[in-house]
Design a protein around this ligand. Structure first.
Ligand SMILES: [Cu+2]
Length: 318
């Protein structure tokens, strides 16, 4: 589990103590340093640095860009995976219904060179900083996200494909001192508006996060997904093995999924602060990250005067 918030520094603190004690035991005067000009051997262990808050209130920065495709993707083997799977007998009784829906291969959707369904998010520039967001701001963000068709945390299965195919959630935020993390209250709604049943399984690596059976005509299920900005959640259906979708649950409100033209825009980003941007696509190599710095992020600083443009290139893994 990777995060850029409190527990990273808490985890480092004992190591710092051990290091200081070890150095103390070696004897001999210590070398004068900026923090210890006299080179005193009885150096006190410094308390952990306070976290540096990056307030998001009234922030007006804009980060936008496009994800484009480079090269060809040889996909004939799995092309039309849905039709093939149904023809091969995977739950054949649902075949007619399944084939009414979208049967294109959702893994790579490109329009005029732009790649849909890449996920982009912005995090603080180093592990000692955190986005300062109070509960009222979180509630407002979660409410706005739920009211917007592009960001609402609802995974439906109207035919035999997840809709949307890729979804991003904002599920954790830091306490006022940046040392703890709280749930935002944003949950994933797993719906089934189909005339057939689905059984939705959510996994992150080897961890199963949910396994919900949703017969036709039943109410949606609500699932809480812990934030993790290093590993994607995979959605599958136990009834229709060809169904696959992806969900990112992150601890930053600055997250977006590229539209059908490959574009994204993230508003309200703090300006003149050291930040990092991450970009993921399911066909990206190395965990799917297609930005410099991979899951650690690429350094960016957004100016106050104009939007910062960051573009990414997907070279699809074959
Ligand atoms: Cu299904």
């Amino acid at each position: 589990m990777k995060s850029h918030f409190a527990w990273r520094s808490l985890a480092l603190a004992p190591a710092a103590v051990v290091l200081a004690l070890t150095l103390g035991c070696t004897g001999g005067g210590s070398t004068p340093t900026q923090d210890n000009p006299g080179g005193d051997t009885n150096t006190n262990v410094e308390p952990p640095k306070p976290k540096a808050a990056i307030p998001i209130k009234d922030a007006k920065g804009v980060l936008k860009g496009k994800v484009t495709l480079k090269g060809e993707w040889n996909k004939p083997e799995k092309d039309d995976a849905k039709k093939k799977a149904i023809d091969a007998g995977a739950n054949a009784s649902d075949k007619d219904h399944c084939l009414k829906g979208d049967t294109e291969d959702m893994r790579l959707l490109v329009k005029d060179g732009g790649v849909k369904n890449a996920v982009v998010w912005v995090i603080p520039g180093d592990s000692n900083s955190f986005f300062k967001i109070d509960k009222a701001e979180v509630d407002e963000i979660v409410k706005k996200r739920a009211a917007n068709d592009k960001t609402k945390p609802v995974l439906d299965q109207p035919f035999c494909a997840f809709k949307p195919h890729v979804l991003a959630l904002f599920t954790k935020y830091p306490s006022e001192d940046g040392k703890k993390m709280f749930d935002t209250g944003e949950q994933l709604t797993v719906a089934n508006s189909a005339a057939v049943g689905h059984n939705t399984k959510l996994t992150r690596g080897a961890n199963e996060l949910a396994n919900v059976n949703i017969p036709k005509g039943t109410d949606p299920a609500k699932v809480t997904i812990p934030a993790n900005d290093a590993q994607v959640v995979r959605a599958q259906c136990n009834v229709h093995g060809f169904m696959e979708g992806f969900i990112w649950a992150v601890d930053t409100p600055f997250v977006a999924v590229t539209d059908e033209n490959g574009n994204f825009e993230i508003q309200g980003v703090p300006t003149d602060k050291d930040l990092k941007i991450v970009c993921w696509h399911e066909l990206g190599g190395s965990g799917g990250f297609i930005n410099d710095g991979k899951s650690n992020g690429k350094k960016v600083k957004v100016g106050a005067d104009k939007p910062l443009e960051e573009n990414f290139v997907l070279e699809p893994k074959q």
